[in-house]
Every structure is written in structure tokens, then in C-alpha cells.
Design a protein around this ligand. Sequence first.
Ligand code: G6P
Ligand code: MN
Length: 445
Amino acid sequence: MRLTILGGGGFRVPLVYGALLKDRAEGRVTRVVLHDLDAGRLSAVTRVLAEQAAGVPDAPEVSATTDLDEALRGTDFVFSAIRVGGLEGRANDERVALAEGVLGQETVGAGGIAYGLRTVPVAVDIARRVARLAPDAWVINFTNPAGLVTEAMSRHLGERVIGICDSPVGLGRRIARVLGANPQEAWIDYVGLNHLGWVRGLRVAGRDELPRLLADPGLLGSFEEGKLFGVDWLQSLGAIPNEYLHYYYFNREAVRAYQQAEKTRGAFLHDQQARFYAAMRNPGASAWKVWDDTRAEREATYMAENRESAGAGERDEDDLSGGYEKVALALMRAIARNERTTLILNVRNRHTLSVLDTDAVIEVPCVVDAGGAHPVAVDPLPGHATGLVCAVKAVEREVLAAAESGSRATAVKAFALHPLVDSVGVARRLVEGYTEVHPGLAYLR
Ligand code: G6P
Ligand code: MN
């Protein structure tokens, strides 16, 4: 079986390859094709993969290309993990927004809109090519903003594109852990949009254990989300929000923390990654060691500003192992081998949330088998959460419309309607600022 990875020169590719190396079962991936626009990044990552594969019998064969059509033609699975504009783009997304006093995070608020506006046209082009060159392939979308980008691609690939995120899985795992439950045996009642969802229950053997957690301040304050949001707020909500809701519930604090930070997350990663790719040009370096040290530093500093502003301290050791690759592999195996499983994924709503139309991509537990991902019916969201989900989905639709029409006025509307952008004037200036710095937004007229 052949797997094509778009953004194949990306830093997280060794995580995926490491997971592939552990898969010994019949029907596993035997060929990996890496595609990237940058040949230098491809050779850096290929070096790390070669060290990973050393000594592993029948390791999946790796090839690399800068030709997109060649990478896609006849492939079985596509992992799409691109970053349009690179980390420089991400840093600019943050900078322009913070100068206007609003959030520039890569997936939430103004930054997410800017990133979406330049990513959607590229993702749509990829989707069209997949439909033409690999009509039987399944596409697993890693690219952020994942919900929006998956929806854009689904207009060309239907239900054969599925978006993934490790946040809900990590959240479910943490809640199960503090409750002493086995995450494999627990049913996590979670729904929303990507980076905008809530855990409303965790059922083990027919019993909802979440009320026990919500009633116990000691337990509630003992894990990442408890520290980030505070015990009182979680008890008021009666649910555990995805960590990205910190940007909504504590917006001023988050904006201030980002404004005061020495470097924004994007700027920090830009410099860190530049050092990594430069080190990979030194033939004497141990590629694996440099990569793994870089990864550890990246994971330890994830959402550092939010944790600092909340006084949440360091991340738990158990939370440092990532998880994207695990979700992606579990999903690919379930489809390729008809191994029925349940995963929280970004898929078309169908009739899951009645406040959204059937084609809106949402994040929800799905049963996955050879037929794809089937969303499971869930209880409706409470009023305030429904409000946020509808508002943000409306923004996403404006982004999709702007990307399709190239209309600058529609782009302004997308920013202006976002609950974290509090003025039409700010929205206009954001479009000015972003179109000045991003060549990928030149299509807005
Ligand atoms: C989490 C999110 C991803 C995001 C990543 C960012 O895993 O779910 O969507 O890409 O964090 O981490 P970074 O190290 O790039 O800030
Ligand atoms: Mn994510």
C-alpha cells in the first residue's frame, strides 16, 4: 500500500514514519512518497527517516519528489500536512493581529482566518488533483485550520477527505486518566468544531463518570485543562472545553500574554526550525538526535503563554508524546483493513448537529470502517456553545466564499463576524495588513 505525504519535508513526518515502522500487520504501508515544494527540506527529513529505518526489517521504502502530480498519481492514501507561507507566514499572522490588539493564533480568531484564506485555494487545488489522479485515494487532512480546510476539500472529494486533530484525543485521555478509567474502554461524549469542542460526558460501562470529576476540585485541578481554565469555571460550564477554548474564555489574558512574550509561537518555531534544517545540512550530525531534541523542546513549550497567563505551570510528562500520528494511523488502518474503531474526527455533519447544515464539517466521534467515517449521534450542545459554533462556522463559510470569489469585501466580512474580532474597522485594517505581508493573499481584489 502506498502513502503520499504532502508537506513531506515537514518536521513532524518522522512521527508518522515511526508509527508506520511499528505496524507489522498484513496490508500495512510499504511505500511512502514524500512531496514538498522545498527539496532541501525533503532531504533533511529523508535523512532522519533513514536513521529511523536502520535495522528495521521491511521498513517502508521512502522516496521524495517536488512534483505534486507524480506524488499523487495512483496513490492509496494521502496525508495532507502542508503549511502555506511557512512558519514565516505563521509569525506574520500573529504579528499583524497583535498589532491590532486581537489574537493571531494559527487556528483561532484573526490568525486562523488569515491562515485559512491563504491555505484554502492551495488545498482546493490539491483536492481537485487527487480527484483526477487518485480517485480511489482517501485523504487525511492534518493541515490547519483543520476543520475549515477539510470542508474546502470535501467540496471536491466528498466524504473521502477526513480531518484529524490530536487535541480531543489528548483531552479524552487526560480525563480518563484522572478518573482511573481505561481510555480504550471509555466513551468520550465530545462535539463541536475543530479547536472548538466540549467534553460533556465520559461513559464507562454505561455510567457517566464526568459528574464525579466535576464534583471533585482536587481531581479537576490536577490536569492540563483544569489548570488552564480553573476549577470554578469548569464547574460553572459543567463540561470540559478543548484547550483552544482558552483563547475565547480568557481572550484578553491570552492576547496580553502573546503581546508580552519575547517571541510569538510562530516566531519561536520559525527560528527553531531554521536551526534544525541548517543542522541537517551538516553531514556529521546525528539526524535523529537533533530531530528528537528539537521535538522535545517544541512539545515542552506548546501553549506556554496560555499556561503562564493561567499560572498552570509546566506540561505533564504524559502529555508530551504528541498523538497526531496515532490518530492518522488508526484512521488509515480502520479504512484500509476494515478494522472498525471509534475516533474523534472532522467530517461532514450530516444530521449530527441540527443547527448546522449537512455539509458543514464538524468534529465528532465517528465509527470508522472500510466505508469511511460515520459520525455518531450526539446530544445537542448547550446554548452558549451552539452560539459559538454557529458564529465560527459562519465565519468559515465567508472564508470559503472569499477564497472562491477572490472578494476582498468578503474577506473583511469573515474577519468582522468573528467573535474575537470586535470591530469592522479592525477587520478592514487586518485585511490591509495581511494582504501587505502575504503574497498568498494577492488574489483578494
Ligand atoms: C496541537 C493542535 C494542532 C497544532 C499543534 C501546534 O497538536 O491540535 O492543530 O498543529 O498543536 O503545535 P505547535 O508546536 O505548532 O505550536
Ligand atoms: Mn489540532
